[in-house]
Design a protein around this ligand. Sequence first.
Ligand code: HAM
Length: 431
Amino acid sequence: MTIIKAVRGTRDLLPAETALWNRIETTARQVFARYNFGEIRTPLFEDTALFARSVGEETDIVSKEMYTWEDRARAQSEKTQSLTLRPENTAGVVRAYIEHGLGESGQLQKLYYIGPQFRRERPQKGRYRQFSQIGAEVIGPPSSGSESPLRDAEVLEMLATLLDELGITGWTLELNSVGSAADRARYNDALRAALAPVVGQMCVDCQRRAVTNPLRVLDCKVPADQPIIDTLPVIADSLDGASRAHFAAVTAALDAAGVAYTLNHRLVRGLDYYTRTTFEFTHGGLGAQNALLGGGRYDGLSEAIGGPKAPGIGFAMGEDRLVLTLQALESAQKLLKADAFIASLGETLNPAALALARELRQAGLRIELGEGSFRLKKSFEAADKSARAIVILGEDELQSGILTVKTFSTGAQTKVPRAELAAFLNNGSQV
Ligand code: HAM
């Protein structure tokens, strides 16, 4: 019989990996709570029209990557409906904001989500057909201050904090402004005019985009097209005074908060709902799929799907990519290990080892408990794989109350009084 395997672009996460996923999610929840965000959970599938009207018919996501099906009516009271597995979650959150009248309180809504998204892309490292996003949206009526550049800067500063707390070093924040809808219309006209004489020399995708949605030409990755794209007008020159002032206020607030960024005038993002600020955090360690997260402002999205005026800004992090990045960083490997492995020298010492483990765990340490029947060599091997240090508990140690601790990163062997052991191992965890 043929073996049934997980579908292409999907994967199982086994305990060695889920430990890291859980740690990422816990850290994200803690950081979001400090910035006063609450969690929202929206359905995994929605009316197809929601994505067509928000993400945009001409985008790659809507035109070729969605899992869509006709949900046939099963009773007279039901209609046949086109449904889609969510390819992203901003549209669903804004739909829920409208449906539940969340703007009616006049308060800014700060919502976060963690969950799977689905896109029928060509799978490769860091790109899957089912992937998970950790995202957040800040949205509200204009009177709530939702349009303020301070909101943009605060979201970006929160992301810098979150990545730092996750232990992700070496990221780059790329920033741009795609202006208001009117600015974009002006820019699209300028692009069309500039593309007309040269588009014949470009790839077939660009030839199509030049007609349907010229902004998307800036996303082109085909090497031969790059010299042509470099000669095209830049969006900054099409921004009106208000959009320029908004962007200048965002960058000024980032400068004041000490969040470093680089300007990238080609960062238009692959979704059509963006206005003004757009951004991505990239990481060199990820290879071709180097975007750890992306986001931006979407001041017209609520109205585009039939809601009230509700400017907003948000982002989504690719959780799969956060995991890949952390796995490659040694600091994270260390964090995943237990603080200590207790090796008792003989089965009669097992109860004393359990008592010691209880003491250390109550002090908040992560402890792996060995087994007294193990030979010392086997305990060392097991400890080296699962913990940062090994604590040896023999008859002498039990009587004297002085334990021998070996720290694997330095190879140092230290005698530590039992009363100081928790503090010693805690400091060791900083190594
Ligand atoms: P996005 O840029 O399409 O934006 O996706 C955000 C992040 O999700 C990407 O930077 C990447 O890390 C991850 N991602 C996307 N596709 C895949 C995939 N096939 N496999 C693995 N990871 C992937 C959005 O989805 C917007 N909703 C973000 C947003 C929120 N904008 C405003 N609010």
